[in-house]
Design a protein around this ligand. Structure first.
Ligand code: NAP
Length: 224
């Protein structure tokens, strides 16, 4: 067996986070579950461990870059080098507000969440991926990353930045065998949905990682 490497999920909850953890664990990955709430990440890690997954919880707030970097360091020490980084924290409700009510401070919060957090995380894990000789960065976004919505101003503005950052990274890192991909989930994650159930989405994320194809993948039709 190839040495154990780690999937780090930034924004790991009981929905998509848990499903992706299970999918990558089947392929031999250890899983670092990163979110703000200690009890929730520990409970999720225990639930996964009971299924045979090597998982551990770490706490960070993506809007606090120092905490994010510390969590990534702890994860690497505890579980092994990070080969796959998934950035998928669920955006705060305040980011889903009308554009004319959005102040610079509101926009800044969304940009901290969706642009500065990813840049900090990628900068921090990239050298480790280079040492491994391979890596994958997975961004997960809603449809506003593709099509602006005037009533979801925070995510509209900041997902555009994250998409542009990801696309630029994709081009820059492909020659180094670091694949950068984005999964767009139009509408919402829906249990039992043929395309948008967390298990189906996790399979898509595995496919993006293993297929190492283009930058953007749609989980479902934008107009469906
Ligand atoms: N849910 C949907 O309907 C939907 C629709 C379209 C796209 N998406 C995308 O799907 C992903 C989320 O999937 P999910 O809804 O199934 O979520 P999930 O994996 O069940 O949980 C996401 C986790 O993000 C964590 N989080 C939120 N704010 C954070 C912060 N500031 N710092 C660190 N962690 C934070 C939360 O934990 P703590 O509270 O403990 O921090 C939460 O448990 C996101 O990329 C989102 O853009 C979701």
């Amino acid at each position: 067996m190839v040495g154990m490497t780690t999937l780090a999920i930034i924004g790991a909850g009981s929905g998509l986070g848990a499903a992706t953890a299970r999918r990558f664990a089947k392929e031999g990955f250890s899983v670092a579950l990163i979110a703000r709430n200690r009890q929730r990440v520990d409970a999720l890690a225990a639930e996964l461990a009971a299924e045979g997954v090597t998982a551990q919880g770490f706490t960070a707030n993506v809007r606090d870059r120092a905490s994010l970097i510390a969590a990534l360091d702890e994860a690497t020490t505890a579980l092994g080098p990070i080969e796959v980084l998934q950035y998928s924290p669920l955006p705060q409700k305040e980011f889903l507000r009308p554009v004319l009510e959005t102040t610079p401070d509101d926009a800044l919060a969304a940009i901290e969440f969706s642009v500065l957090g990813p840049i900090a995380a990628v900068h921090h894990v990239l050298q480790g991926m280079r040492v491994l000789g391979r890596g994958t960065v997975l961004f997960v976004n809603g449809g506003t990353a593709v099509r602006p919505r005037s009533d979801f101003a925070g995510t509209t503005i900041s997902f555009a930045g994250q998409s542009a950052y990801g696309q630029a990274l994709h081009e820059q890192l492909a020659p180094e065998n670091v694949h950068v991909g984005q999964l767009i989930i139009p509408g919402g994650i829906e249990q039992g949905h043929a395309e948008k159930d967390p298990t189906v989405l996790a399979e898509k994320l595995w496919g993006i990682h293993s297929g190492r194809d283009g930058f953007r993948t749609f989980a479902a039709d934008m107009d469906a």
